[in-house]
Write a protein that binds this ligand. Structure first.
Ligand SMILES: [Ca+2]
Ligand SMILES: [Ca+2]
Length: 237
């Protein structure tokens, strides 16, 4: 009668015995020394640590990087607008047609939020402007959900969109003519989280405004509050 090996289900006569003396090593096989294992574990630890640090830096810097990219794009579009119409776009949608000399002035939204950056969005699509910027899905929003009674831009969009930073909050914009006035009577913005905040133009330590001959655009930064240290600005402090 054929006996079956319980492990392999092969007849035991077909299973080669592999008995070896306890402690004996196969030919050419060598174990790792304790020191070698420690070195390998050390290398793995350094690699894992490096990856964790890199992820941490990216998590912290990623939104700043994305916000800076969008801000630079808006800046360039505004400069192109100025080349076309010889003035920087106003911070009020009701005055764009007067400044541009084309299109029809809009009536102001009936809410007090986000006016200047809404004006920039509309201005960049203004009749006669060569601008036709394309925005990523996360670069525009309408945090206050307002719209004009009638569309005035060349795409026929009545919605008063804002250009937003990587945290979903509207960028802050000031025309140079408005710096002093808006410093005393700041603009109100509505953040993604529904907070209304007051934004002023940035001043240098000596009390003068940054970009005195053009405009200011900046992000409120991660804290979602304007005029704090984490604001992302296009100028260096
Ligand atoms: Ca809006
Ligand atoms: Ca801030």
């Amino acid at each position: 009668m054929v006996k079956l090996n319980p492990n392999s289900m092969l007849p035991s006569s077909m299973v080669r015995s592999s008995t070896r003396r306890p402690g004996a090593k196969a030919h050419g096989q060598r174990g790792f020394s304790f020191i070698e294992i420690l070195i390998v574990m050390g290398i793995i630890g350094v690699l894992v640590g490096g990856i964790v640090v890199a992820i941490g830096i990216w998590t912290r810097k990623g939104p700043v990087f994305a916000t800076t990219n969008t801000m630079n794009k808006v800046k360039l579009e505004i400069e192109n607008w100025k080349s076309k119409f010889e003035m920087y776009p106003p911070s009020d949608v009701t005055r764009i047609a007067t400044v541009a000399g084309t299109g029809k002035n809009a009536t102001l939204s009936d809410n007090p939020y986000n006016g200047p950056i809404e004006a920039i969005y509309q201005a960049l699509y203004w009749p006669g402007s060569s601008n036709d910027p394309e925005w990523g899905a996360d670069e525009t929003a309408n945090t206050d959900e307002d719209k004009l009674g009638k569309a005035v831009n060349k795409h026929g969009t009545a919605e008063l969109m804002e250009i937003v930073d990587a945290w979903g909050n509207p960028f802050v914009y000031f025309h140079r003519d408005d710096y002093a006035k808006k410093f005393d009577a700041p603009d109100t913005y509505l953040t993604k989280d529904g907070m209304d905040v007051e934004a002023r133009p940035h001043k240098r330590d000596d009390g003068t405004f940054y970009n005195p001959s053009s405009f200011q655009i900046y992000s409120m930064g991660e804290d979602g509050e304007p005029n704090t240290d984490d604001d992302i600005t296009p100028w260096s402090n």
